[in-house]
Design a protein around this ligand. Structure first.
Ligand SMILES: [Mg+2]
Length: 137
């Protein structure tokens, strides 16, 4: 019911939450088309896409540099500032999706495999509530 109310208030604008609608493949296809329409394949090798992930990550970090926890919380409470943060997050996602798309990395499968490894590295009985690295558990 709350979702219907939210949708009706948002009528005529962009959907409020599409994460539950879009597949990773659709996102990869969207990024691929954007790049191919601009003939950017020649620039998108693994090294430069990885550099893109890091440079965009640095742009995200810049918003938090020298900020207290309270100031960071205020950033996320400001729709304008949150929009800027969202743009940097999506810049990172764009390069990540492009890298995965160009080099046939199945993100869902890879995430599952990595999470399985992490479950072994960080068993709940040892890691719950702890911020220690797995080598120190
Ligand atoms: Mg950026």
């Amino acid at each position: 019911m709350e979702q219907i109310w939210a949708l009706s208030r948002n009528f005529g604008r962009r959907p409020i939450n599409m994460d539950g609608e879009a597949t990773i493949q659709e996102l990869k296809n969207k990024v691929k088309k954007f790049c191919e329409d601009r003939d950017w394949n020649k620039y998108h090798n693994a090294k430069d896409l990885a550099i893109g992930i890091i440079t965009e990550s640095s742009e995200l970090l810049e918003y938090f540099r020298f900020k207290s926890e309270k100031e960071i919380e205020e950033i996320f409470n400001s729709p304008e500032k949150k929009e800027k943060i969202s743009e940097e997050v999506v810049d990172i996602l764009y390069f990540l999706l492009r890298l995965a798309q160009k080099y046939n990395i199945d993100l869902a499968t890879s995430l599952d495999k990595k999470m399985d490894k992490n479950k072994k590295k960080y068993p709940i009985n040892k890691a719950k509530g702890s911020n220690k690295k797995y080598t120190e558990l």
